[in-house]
Design a protein around this ligand. Structure first.
Ligand code: NAG
Ligand code: NAG
Length: 390
């Protein structure tokens, strides 16, 4: 008993010592998940950072019947799966990883989700390295990486009000009908700055009624005028394209798409036509959204607003904090200028950025080193009860 106090202080001193030798603490860290194999600094000194392996998400009992039919190999053509398409690039990688993680965590049958990931041919990290990183972060994920050739779209892109909107990969959604395997006849397209906090199967189960090609939450009270320039509205012919439909705003970051109808109707070409018009006469200021509004607004299957609580990135120019729209939440979307991982790293997060944080798998070297010492301390305290340690 007399030894207790001095021993505690010895342990404390040792723990403090540990804080300053992070290399040693790595050996005894006990946080769940391990460092992934890929944490490469790739060409041009581009550092992707490293990610911890996600926990294993398994199907519940109610899913068994479906997975019993399958061999170990899961096909990208399997129509019994939920198909999700997202882009994968070095800039938004942390967002894409968090988005995938959130879907797995909340899906009732996570093994029944298939991810179609689209990487740009000339990404500084290369599609192959990005693909390896996804594999090591999610060892049993069903996914396939497709390569997007930027030159398909680069000559069609006009400058927009925000640099990020000009990234060619931002236009990959226009080409899903061509990029994805022809056997994929329906897909949910999602931006990389989202998290899903509900079962993605519910969104997948949305039916597209009539001859509708896409579904998305739509906003009929938004002032539609501001998405196009006065040059558009004063043109003798262009506004006529909206006649006969009630155009409502919708965000293209969350869409359920019927790829069969999409391909049959050549919707990629319809979008490209508007991009060509934009090159000749500036008819809008935003990036990939306005062509979608021109082609689809008014003919969109309205999905519950809970599936796109958008705008959380804040204003397109100033990036101020936003709050949630009224009503329930199934998907949070940081569209706009600010991204939660950037604001969290800069220690000036918006209140809702903390909802994104639990899905982040990025390995913070300095902060984790501190956690590890704390773990070191607690395990050492236990050891003091067994005096053999000293
Ligand atoms: C989705 O639809 C399938 C087939 O109709 C049904 O079995 C399943 O329960 C639905 N899932 C959800 C989460 O609504
Ligand atoms: C919509 O915006 C335009 C221009 O920004 C403005 O002239 C018009 O009055 C607005 N309409 C409504 C209904 O607020």
């Amino acid at each position: 008993m007399r030894l207790r106090f001095p021993m505690k202080s010895a342990v404390l001193a040792f723990a403090i010592f540990l804080v300053f030798i992070p290399l040693f603490s790595v050996g005894i860290r006990m946080i769940p998940g391990r460092l992934t194999a890929v944490s490469a600094t790739v060409g041009n000194g581009f550092d992707l950072g490293s990610f911890v392996e996600a926990p294993e998400y398994r199907n519940g009992k109610e899913c068994v019947s479906q997975s019993l039919n399958r061999e170990n190999f899961v096909s990208s053509c399997d129509a019994s799966l939920v198909h999700v398409a997202m882009t994968l690039d070095s800039e938004y990688l942390r967002g894409s990883i968090a988005a995938v993680h959130s879907m797995l965590r909340h899906a009732s049958c996570p093994e029944n989700v298939f991810f179609h990931l689209i990487a740009a041919e000339f990404d500084p990290a290369s599609p192959r390295v990005l693909s390896q990183l996804v594999r090591s972060t999610f060892p049993s994920l069903n996914f396939k990486v497709y390569i997007f050739r930027e030159d398909t779209v680069i000559n069609l892109i006009s400058s927009s009000i925000r640099q990020a909107l000009e990234n060619p990969l931002n236009y990959a959604r226009n080409y899903l009908g061509d990029i994805l395997d022809p056997c994929v006849d329906r897909v949910i397209y999602l931006d990389s700055d989202i998290i899903v906090v509900d079962d993605i199967t519910k969104l997948w189960n949305t039916s597209l009624t009539g001859s509708r090609i896409i579904g998305a939450p739509e906003y009929c009270h938004a002032n539609f005028t501001k998405y196009f320039t006065s040059g558009f509205w004063s043109d003798p012919a262009l506004p006529g394209f909206f006649s006969g439909r009630k155009p409502c705003y919708f965000n293209t970051g969350v869409m359920v798409m019927d790829l069969v109808r999409w391909r049959e109707g050549n919707y990629r070409e319809k979008l490209e036509t508007w991009m060509q018009i934009q090159k000749k006469k500036r008819i809008y200021d935003l990036g990939s959204l306005p062509p979608f509004l021109l082609v689809f607004a008014g003919n969109v299957e309205a999905i519950d607003h809970r599936w796109n609580q958008h705008g959380l990135g804040g204003d397109n120019v100033r990036g101020s904090c936003r709050s949630l729209h009224k009503g329930p939440v199934s998907l949070l979307h940081w569209s706009g200028k600010g991204k939660p991982w950037v604001r969290l790293d800069e220690k000036r997060p918006c209140p809702l950025d903390h909802l994104w944080e639990p899905y982040d798998l990025y390995e913070h070297k300095i902060e984790r080193a501190k956690d590890q010492s704390l773990f070191g301390f607690s395990s050492l305290s236990e050891l003091t009860e067994d005096s053999s340690f000293f």
